[in-house]
Design a protein around this ligand. Structure first.
Ligand code: EPU
Length: 414
């Protein structure tokens, strides 16, 4: 696979783009299959690198995974709890869901620490405290972490931060725990609802997913199920930003607009012309954009994952836009690349001021992480001349068929 994407910008784009299933839901659902005693079928699984890494790890656990187009048939009946010391663990953050899932199923897990995008410090202390509250003991040596429990017993767990990962990992570990687990200050992201609804279909007893108090009543076994994963709200948000930046008339299909209300309302405040339907968002040509202020928040606030893709658009908006990043204070590496393209951005201590309008110019830039890559794609489409985005592998981790989707909208991309 070529490790760069080349884009000739300045072309208005139009047409229809279909959003894939959610990466961040799928990366939780796949490790959750470890808890099942029967076959699980998943529809419309996105063909992205993070999913390929998780499928590799499932197979290492002796779980059979059959691909049929975009559908997966996963059979965990012969599962073996092996040490997960493979490079794939380090390729993505979500490999840490094997901690909760294997702990839940076997009361024992030994694996490498997870990897994932470099967004500054990404501790997992809340996950580990949650496991300990359920009765687990944790030891670490070098890059390995080992978690053991005699019994897992439900408990009341208060999360200091409404962490998506900790909420999911504690749910996974608590499915077979004795009695009742309550997670207070749980994250409310839609991916948690999707995972919980799949687990409940399999026989789990999870109540309150999507609210800040989630209750899990322990059960002894999970059966199989068939599950359709929700559309990817971050991919949808990325194409909406792209459409508002360089679109003439773009229809974005397979979207749950309620999942991206904060983005849509901010874009409308900036002057973008957007219409939403039950499962689509239509973005019309949007000119004379004006500066806006953004503060990232947990769901249903403005998603940190969309803070990067919206930045190029703000380069086009008249005035000073102010962005405050409250989730990952260091998630601003895209700004340095945009500055190379001519953007006027001041960035320090979790804040950025973006001055516009500015015409971006094509040049050689580097995707430093997944959503940085998404931002650079939008910037390259806005820029005059040719842009080469290096280290495009970050982008393939989370955006299915991105070059084909861009070409489908008329972009000059390869
Ligand atoms: N945090 C802690 N301790 C913990 C866990 C989290 O201090 O034990 C802090 C983090 O450092 C961060 C904040 O809490 O400052 C929120 O982190 P969270 O745990 O919610 O994030 P995550 O589960 O690691 C998921 C997504 C991210 C997305 C964030 C926030 C997955 C696999 N990843 O990460 O997605 O940015 O939630 O919504 O679901 C992406 O898709 O590009 C991506 C990075």
């Amino acid at each position: 696979m070529n490790d760069f994407i080349k884009i000739r910008g300045g072309k208005p784009l139009e047409g229809t783009v279909k959003i894939s299933s959610s990466k961040n839901a799928t990366v939780a659902v796949l490790p959750a299959v470890v808890l099942a005693s029967e076959i699980v079928k998943l529809y419309d699984v996105p063909e992205i690198e993070d999913i390929n890494a998780l499928i590799f790890l499932l197979r290492k656990l002796n779980i059979s995974v059959e691909k049929n187009d975009d559908n997966l048939t996963i059979d965990p009946t012969d599962i073996k709890n092996v040490v997960l010391d493979f490079d794939e663990v380090r390729k993505l953050r979500a490999s840490y869901y094997f901690m909760g899932a294997l702990l839940g199923r076997f009361k024992h897990v030994r694996m490498l620490y997870p990897g994932g995008c470099n967004l500054g410090p990404r501790p997992i202390d809340l996950h580990l405290k949650g496991f300990e509250s359920l009765g687990a003991r944790i030891t670490t040596d070098n890059d390995m972490i080992e978690i053991n429990a005699e019994h897992l017993v439900g408990d009341e767990i208060y999360l200091d931060i409404a962490s998506v990962g900790a909420t999911i990992n504690i749910i996974l570990a608590a499915i077979f725990a004795e009695g009742r687990t309550v997670i207070h200050n749980a994250a409310k992201e839609p991916e948690i609802i999707d995972l919980s609804s799949m687990l409940n279909k399999m026989g789990a007893r999870i109540r309150g997913a999507g609210t800040s108090d989630i209750t899990i009543i322990g059960v002894s076994r999970l059966k199989g199920c068939i599950h359709d994963i929700i559309p990817d709200r971050i991919e949808a948000g990325t194409y909406i930003c792209l459409a508002a930046a360089v679109g003439k008339d773009i229809l974005i299909e397979n979207v749950i607009p309620q999942h991206i209300e904060a983005l849509i309302s901010k874009l409308e405040e900036a002057g973008a012309k957007i219409e939403t339907g039950v499962d689509y968002v239509h973005v019309y040509e949007s000119n004379d954009l004006k500066a806006i202020d953004i503060q990232t928040q947990t769901f249903p606030g403005f998603a940190t994952d969309l803070q990067q893709p919206i930045t190029p658009l703000l380069c086009k908006a008249k005035g000073k836009s102010h962005v405050v990043e409250t989730i990952y204070p260091e998630r601003f590496k895209h700004c340095n690349e945009l500055i190379k393209m001519g953007a006027n951005i001041e960035c320090n201590e979790a804040k950025a001021n973006i001055y516009g309008p500015v015409q971006l110019h094509g040049t050689k830039i580097r995707a430093t992480d997944l959503r940085c890559g998404a931002a650079l794609i939008i910037a390259a489409l806005m820029a005059d001349g040719e842009t080469i985005i290096e280290d495009a592998y970050h982008i393939y981790r989370g955006y299915e068929g991105i070059v084909e989707k861009l070409k489908g909208l008329g972009a000059d991309a390869e």
